[in-house]
Design a protein around this ligand. Structure first.
Ligand code: ATP
Length: 214
């Protein structure tokens, strides 16, 4: 398949720091879905996280180190270039304006999807992108009846269907469960313990050199 006829995956997050939970999920989706790229989209630091977190430049530097050698992994910094935090609806509108009719797949985990109806203009988001929700085997969480009925007719099971229209479908896809979180990594470092094997070595070295999360 010609790369340009494939979809673009959008993987938003704080990435404070990026870890193997993010990277493994992104890779499995890149390999199993018809994606030309997975774009990592770092967001501005949510206010409630800023006390212990790394600043924008450091988060970005770690993200670059982590994805540098992986074909298909790219970076989209538009949310960092704005002066205030942006809504996913606005970000997807901006990306849609650039990519024309190329299918877009907004990637998130089940934990994020469960709160989807609290997102700004959530009902309009499927007009801009498909939703791809990474789930764990045997961890099906009950969805609210609102989410359930909204997505009932939009749910697909064949990844190739993502290419038949630019937006609007919902796909659940099982990925390898890795219960790593940035919060836990920050805590480990704060406690003067080693975060080895939870995140790329280059990122770990960067954290040490910059004295982050202490
Ligand atoms: P924090 O602990 O600071 O809240 P986080 O580890 O959840 O951070 P985020 O940057 O907030 O990381 O997450 C970005 C996206 O990656 C979200 O959709 C989130 O649900 C998903 N994600 C985070 N950790 C994992 C993981 N271990 N496996 C799969 N997806 C993950």
């Amino acid at each position: 398949m010609n790369n340009s006829t494939k979809a673009i995956g959008i993987f938003g997050g704080t990435f404070d720091p990026i870890h193997f939970g993010h990277l493994r999920t992104a890779l499995e989706l890149y390999e199993r879905l018809p994606l030309q790229e997975v774009r990592f989209l770092p967001c501005q630091q949510p206010v409630h996280k800023s006390a212990t977190g790394a600043d924008v430049n450091n988060r970005l530097a770690m993200l670059k180190l982590a994805i540098a050698n992986q074909p298909g992994f790219t970076l989209d910094t538009r949310e960092l270039e704005r002066s205030s935090p942006s809504y996913m609806y606005e970000t997807l509108t901006s990306i849609r304006n650039e990519v024309g009719n190329t299918p877009l797949c907004l990637i998130c985990s089940m934990d994020a999807f469960i709160n989807f109806t609290s997102w700004y203009r959530w009902e309009a988001i499927p007009e801009l992108a498909h939703l791809v929700v990474a789930t764990r085997a045997n961890h099906a969480k009950p969805l609210s009846s609102l989410l359930d009925s909204f997505f009932a007719s939009r749910t697909i099971h064949d990844p190739q269907s993502l290419l038949t229209q630019a937006a609007g479908y919902l796909l659940f896809i099982e990925t390898t469960p890795l219960t790593i979180s940035s919060t836990a990594i920050r805590q480990i470092i704060k406690n003067n313990l080693s975060p080895s094997y939870l995140l790329p070595e280059k990122v770990e070295t960067y954290i040490e050199k910059q004295h982050l999360y202490k």
